[in-house]
Design a binder for this molecule. Sequence first.
Ligand code: ZN
Length: 260
Amino acid sequence: RRSPSRSSIESPRCERDVRYLILSDIHANIDALETVLAAAQAWDRVLVLGDLVGYGGAPNQVIDRVRALEPVAVIRGNHDKAACGLDDGSNFNQVARFAAAWTNQQLSSANRDYLRQLPMGPTEIDEQLEICHGAPFDEDHYIFDAMDAHRSLQTATRPVCLFGHTHLPVIFTISGNNLTGDIPEVEPMTISFDRSTRYLFNPGSVGQPRDGDPRAAFSIYDTEGSIDLRRVEYDVSAAQKRISSAGLPQSLANRLAIGR
Ligand code: ZN
């Protein structure tokens, strides 16, 4: 493991800075994804933190769109595993399991194969950054509290670790023994990285936000040493119509309007 002093975001670099568009938990919501891609602007490459599908009504469209972006890295989420048959969904609630089975039926064989070959996180992107779906020590673990965050910050091999899975934007930091957890209240918010601090960051969910704000959430990570947290309004009713006309549970459409 690199010590924080050696793995600084501000260390000299020979190549130009890269702006990564960070997408997490898209959940087959093509309306949210297209709006995010149009709103994000000025990004160079894409990183996807898992759960491309599940819950939403447009799984093939989302996978096709993500593949066309040629992301630097896409890691699998628990819903991706369930939708392509790598996991039987037995730990899912009834609605999620129903949606996973529906998604499995819908997937083209090429897209099913694509999901099946997605790697398990964590994935190291460069000397500063790694990504995972749940937690760096377990792809299916939910990081909710300080204990989860502390364990994750200890496990992460890079000073900045991005995760998804909870659909809740949050920033944990540790500097020395001082752990902090912050829920970003304003956006856009830019966090500039400090060389003596390690970061654990959830950008929130593109396609199914759960923090009470129905707007799509995404981030832009700049290798120069900062991350932007962003939200964008999208056509929720269009996404709801896709869910309804697919015959998916109405609760999945309803929750999009309230962001829960
Ligand atoms: Zn998810």
